[in-house]
Ligand binder design. Structure first.
Ligand SMILES: [Zn+2]
Length: 460
């Protein structure tokens, strides 16, 4: 056997070993390649897309259009220019904020979510507010939580007692101004239904208005009360009286409450960076009840209530200042978001003139049925159509944007301005388990709901 032949034979004999060695190398190479791919994937990882929904209760398309044409409301205008803007329709002329904001949050009509208005009358003839335990249907914050993402909800109506979400709920019974407001409104609506108002259950009842309770101290900290977040000088500050003295303190309180809520939301955004943030500012609605009529012909005012021309001008400019102030609060929140995120600014209805006692604005007829929707983000068609979007379409739109399934028991659908994403199988419902909340918040109806869903085959 020649030396060459021996080498060849050895080579043959050692082949499996070499193969083994080679496969080790291949394995090493594969591991290295995987590490490189993973590292580069990490570097090019899709940015975490987040959602901000700001409710500005009662914001009117008429005021927005006027102020846009005056070159005001810089932040809302920039959103509208980068995305789109249009009317958001409330499906009902019964325009009470709790029912509309609950439709926004659930994608369901009031007959389904059962939050009918401000108060419910019990069999004993007394009236109480609607609470979160009265709501049927999972809200966007429950759905997002169950999908493993984090939420923050600040001052959304009918969120007390707060639900145990994956994130934070600062309920609408947290700030004294909000609780006072509900007492005032509750009394009016109870009286209107011939019932005695039972009062507001909130912090005093022992259940924290904030979930988780660890956030209570930070939320109630006085720094939020003292925060000054905008450059707009308050028309309601001392020495800048607009001439409507009997309710000046109310107007001042609305201003302070919205600023405080925005400040609380900023702290949550800073510390938590939630996937979905929902905040409701109600100042524009409350302000407009006092001031909206001054945008209209003075002949509309009743003879018993005739403001002077100077009062009317002051009142108009105070209303515009409040919109400008709200726009700047929104601008502060936007500092925590970028072009990869979905931003929606919404109102539950518009406004119209309407006079009773010293109030000049109202939202009780079809004239106030359209609120506003200003939206921008990836897949939002630039200057795309908003109409015929309704308040029930908000949650389905956010779910579609986030790649979460539509639920067949929702009444809304994704908005026309949203480019379709990958097809996702719908689910029959998201209400497949009871919602947990702080305190004795069980409505007592959960077993029936579960039984109903089971009988329909939605759950096993
Ligand atoms: Zn109102």
């Amino acid at each position: 056997m020649t030396v060459r032949a021996i080498r060849k034979e050895r080579a043959w004999l050692h082949r499996p070993v070499r193969l083994l060695t080679n496969s080790r190398w291949i394995l090493r190479l594969l591991i290295c390649a995987a590490v490189v791919v993973l590292a580069s994937c990490r570097a090019f990882e899709a940015p975490r897309q987040r959602v901000l929904i700001v409710g500005i209760d009662g914001a009117s398309p008429r005021v927005l259009d006027t102020m846009f044409s005056m070159g005001k409301l810089e932040n809302l205008k920039a959103l509208a220019d980068a995305g789109t803007y249009g009317p958001l329709r409330s499906e009902t002329p019964y325009l009470l904020s709790p029912r509309v904001w609950t439709t926004v949050a659930t994608g369901m009509i009031p007959d389904k979510h059962l939050i009918d208005g401000w108060v419910k009358v019990a069999k004993d003839g007394t009236a109480g507010l609607f609470y979160s335990s009265d709501r049927r249907g999972h809200a966007l914050w429950n759905i997002v939580s169950d999908s493993g993402k984090r939420v923050a909800v600040v001052n959304w109506l009918v969120t007390y007692p707060p639900e145990k979400v994956n994130g934070i709920i600062v309920s609408d019974h947290t700030l004294p101004g909000e609780v006072e407001g509900k007492k005032y409104i509750g009394e009016i609506f109870a009286k209107g239904r011939g019932a005695e108002f039972r009062g507001v259950e909130s912090a005093g009842s022992g259940t924290s208005p904030i979930y988780p309770e660890e956030w209570k101290k930070a939320v109630l900290d006085s720094r939020h009360e003292k925060a000054v977040l905008t450059k707009v000088a308050s028309p309601f500050r001392e020495g800048a009286a607009i001439g409507f003295d009997p309710f000046l303190h109310n107007l001042r309180d609305f201003w302070n409450t919205d600023q405080r809520l925005a400040s609380i939301t900023l702290e949550i955004l800073e510390r938590e960076r939630p996937d979905v943030t929902m905040v409701l500012l109600q100042g524009i609605d409350r302000m407009s009840h006092f001031l909206f009529g001054c945008l209209d012909d003075p002949a509309k005012y009743p003879p018993t209530f005739q403001p002077t021309p100077e009062q009317r001008i002051n009142c108009q400019s105070a209303l515009y200042d409040y919109y400008e102030f709200s726009d700047q609060l929104i601008g502060r929140l936007l500092e925590y978001f970028d072009d990869d995120d979905l931003i929606m600014v919404l109102s539950d209805h518009g406004f119209e003139s309407g006079f009773s006692e010293f109030r000049t604005g109202d939202h009780s007829t079809e004239a106030a049925q359209d609120g506003i929707c200003v939206v921008r983000g990836p897949r939002v068609i630039k200057h795309g159509p908003v109409a015929p979007m309704t308040v029930a379409d908000v949650t389905p739109t956010v779910l579609a944007w986030m790649g979460l399934a539509q639920a067949l028991d929702m009444d809304g659908k994704p908005a026309p301005f949203l480019e379709p994403g990958p097809a996702i199988q719908s689910v029959p419902t998201y209400d497949t388990k009871p919602i947990e909340r702080l305190g004795d918040g069980k409505s007592g109806a959960e077993p029936q709901v579960i039984e109903q869903l089971r009988s329909l085959g939605y759950i096993e």
